[in-house]
Design a protein around this ligand. Sequence first.
Ligand SMILES: [Zn+2]
Length: 339
Amino acid sequence: MSFADDFIREVKKQSSRGRCLHYESSVRCDKIVSAHSIQRSGQLAHIAENGHVYRLNSDFSTLKKNNGKPMMRKVGLNRASAFAGFCGTHDNELFAPIDNFPLRPDAQQVALYAYRSLCREYFVKENAVRALPNLVNNHNLSPSAKDMLTACYEGNTIGFNNLKYHKGQYDQALLSKNYSDFAYTIFTSNSPCALQLSGLLHPDYDFTGGHLQTLGTEEPALDLITFFTAPIENGWSFSFAWHVSSSSTCEKFLGSLAAAVHSGVKLKDALLRLSIVCENHALRISWWDALPPDSKAALQERMLAFYPYNQFYLAAGFEGIADWSFEHVHTTLQPVRLG
Ligand SMILES: [Zn+2]
């Protein structure tokens, strides 16, 4: 059997291995559901056309079929962004305040969105860490491919250990209902929305190209920020949220965004630059189809690029593509003097 077949089978096996990542999971979590990391009714339905959204598909089977090129693929709402990471009971109970109500925002809702972003990434990283050792030993691999997979395994292991640390912090905060352990900055919009996403980042460079922390190190755990779109009463929002244990880096990260906007950078452009490095996204089909070919090509190239990006990846580029705007900001940050 070829390596590609092995790879596809192994990744599918890990992704379908359901487990409950709830902070109180136990043997009673026996009915694992396909949980949406991007809400189905409030978020995906908001951008869906005929029940479908676009996702950039660069999984191995797509690349194999398409001469190594990724494809923007129409995905039905039930399949987009779903992952087998919670049992039905915990999924329903825990996320009711965000699945049944628009973001007001309140601290509990923000904590839940952040937790869902974290758990989804935890699920994906854990799958990679489990799948890769089984692949490294495939005898069809060339020595260089073996080295690449080994490096990939080591990188994912560091990433997963980082996430385990943060999940411990999030679990503890949610278990004790200490929602004020989460800080946030939320931009609200009532213009049409073209994308939905839920992701996270260990910020390495900020929105002006300044260095924040060095990736690829095991100790100490790198600071972590989550970001996500969410429905609000009359529109949608783009939000950042983090546990206060990561405030040192996250406050600088958001401070740089404020400084960039103050110096003339458009907020919508800066947020688009961040959005396109988040692989857990969904796009409005007509928005993407109407983009000029060179914009599409540039966006796809960035979506597929691997870390590390250059230090200005959030500071410049992709201007004028985003057609949404933001009206208000809600934040737990103290106002800071710019410049
Ligand atoms: Zn459960």
